[in-house]
Ligand binder design. Sequence first.
Ligand code: PLP
Length: 415
Amino acid sequence: MLKEYNPYLEYKDGELHLEGVSLKNLAKEYGTPLYVYSASYIRDRVRAYRRAFPEALICYAVKANFNPSIITLAKEEGAGADVVSGGELYLALKAGVDPSKIVYAGVGKTVQEIEFAVKQDILMFNVESSMELDVLNDVGQSLGKKVRIAIRVNPDVDPKTHPYISTGMKKSKFGIDIKQAKKEYEYARKLKNLEIVGIHCHIGSQILDVSPYIEAVEKVVELYWDLSKSGFDIKYLDLGGGLGIKYQPDQANPEPEDLAHAIMPSLKDVKAQIILEPGRSIVGNGGILITQVQFLKDKGHKHFVIVDAGMNDLIRPAIYSAYHHIVPVVERNSKYIKTDVVGPICETGDFLALDREIPYVERGDYLAVLSAGAYGFAMSSQYNARPRACEVLVEKGSVKVIRKRETYEDIIYSY
Ligand SMILES: *Cc1c(COP(=O)(O)O)cnc(C)c1O
């Protein structure tokens, strides 16, 4: 069952290992909470995308996990980067990603961020509003450069995922209503510092059923033909990211190939290059959060396992009611308890699992929280003045610290 999450994850003599490295030893050496990532898994996933879409440009969505070593892994496997801020652009460039493989989305790009990206000559901006077109045109004018753009269209499809990660519905703040898109393209054509090169859409995240993709792609392709007939030279169709991953034991871990089978038929006559922006499906099941049991608390009607990882380390359960599977790092016996697994933070929303059957644990035991590679560390904070966790990368038995645990000094660093 663990192998369905990550083929490099296994028990050896009752101890959990990732790529041959004992997670108990890592926890003892580097302390907890500790993020551990599997480099081979991440490489495999980028390769799987490249195999499934041999002609496409795969732009790793940096926001899922912005650790420079992780971006570097994706780059080494041939991926570009999808960024949503100046900071992410900076990190992608630092990791050595070629600017000609960087796309930039986001509803609130500042002039400063836009200037930075224009100077770097990135592949294209994914534009989210009419007003942004004007600002991009102005920046192009002042820097004496043509700015390459795609318009992010909102195809109004329901990705059937959590509402907070649905981005392609009419009521969402993202993109331009696909019915208004042609008008915006015509408007953009009049702005002389813009070069229109693409169409972009991204309908949401953690999408396990491919049918919303089919629906969205069909609408985008329809727009592509319409624009082509009107003389637009659309070189890129950027279809975004969003492919889901296995979080719950009964969920599938879809392959990029499944997505290719679903959408390639609709794209067969399209001349434009396809761009994809996967984040979660590259790193999600490549990462694990190790935490140590601090206390057990029995209130009679309710049992609590209190661990040292809080919502500041992994916020997904608190904000999305997300399920993360939790397994012991060292197996004991087959006795189970029904419990909440909660963190040390002074918030009722600070939990990793509610009413969950987990194997019996004692104070000092280590637990592994699975599927924590995406939107885990990236969304972490110092809330409650807690230094952020250490991040470690393992690859075929080797271990590398890719971000040191923060200290108390780091918390006050900027004062
Ligand atoms: C978040 C985001 C992605 C990545 O989404 P995943 O679900 O992690 O694959 C891709 N493109 C854009 C524009 C995004 O905002």
